[in-house]
Design a protein around this ligand. Sequence first.
Ligand code: FES
Length: 128
Amino acid sequence: MALYSEKVMDHFRNPRNVGVIEDADGVGEVGNAKCGDIMKMYLKIQDGIITDAKFETFGCGSAIASSSMATELIKGKPVSQALELTNKAVVEALDGLPAHKIHCSVLAEEAIKNALDDYYSRHPESKN
Ligand code: FES
């Protein structure tokens, strides 16, 4: 069996939503001290809906595939739903990751949560 699923390879080779949102409403950056990979997530939010999501990932193929899939999963969704996105959901959407690459998907979950924290700190009124 191949180490990486076709979906992982597809999102690694043709990552969706790569880039920067200059006027983002929330930005989150996380890193993994062990492997040194860094992920930055930009969110555009309007009326509680994530209208756009982009990322920059300086990291391994699984981290790139995870960021790509994670942005696809939250685009067009309410903030409340994005907050509930787990790394497990990202892994499932990618048809699995090898055990030693699970932490790459955790970066995606954390980057989104950080970006949403940033959004809430800029817009405390939207927490209610
Ligand atoms: Fe660390 Fe992939 S090896 S994020």
